[in-house]
Design a protein around this ligand. Structure first.
Ligand code: SF4
Ligand code: SF4
Length: 109
């Protein structure tokens, strides 16, 4: 017999596929985290395409966790995420980027 968590995920997959299951998983984990007063531990942070990045710094300014910085490589700047484990998965960096150099925000377990 699956756990309550598994049952909710199975239902979400049946209803809407992977995206819906991801959202359901996030909501469940957030509830568990709030109850335990523990921080979210994301699996991964958003992906920055450093070749595409123009180094404008908008994502750096937008990140509430202050975990994005600019790095110079081969005489050009690009953004990097310094502490992906601290990412709160807010999506602000994705929204801030004017050239879509930051791709989708993965879910937090
Ligand atoms: S998703 Fe939010 S917390 Fe994570 S790197 Fe982007 S702006 Fe920062
Ligand atoms: S907002 Fe986009 S282009 Fe600007 S530094 Fe961040 S990733 Fe690079």
């Amino acid at each position: 017999m699956p756990s309550n968590l598994s049952k909710e995920l199975y239902s979400a997959v049946e209803a809407g596929g992977e995206e819906q299951a991801t959202q359901a998983y996030m909501a469940i984990r957030r509830g568990a985290r709030d109850a335990a007063n523990e921080p979210i531990q994301p699996k991964v942070a958003p992906f920055i395409d450093t070749k595409r990045c123009s180094g404008c710094g908008r994502c750096v300014a937008a990140c509430p966790e202050r975990i994005i910085t600019l790095e110079t490589e081969n005489h050009r700047k690009h953004a990097i995420i310094t502490e992906p484990q601290q990412c709160s998965n807010c999506g602000a960096c994705v929204t801030a980027c004017p050239i879509e150099a930051i791709s989708s925000v993965p879910f937090s377990p």
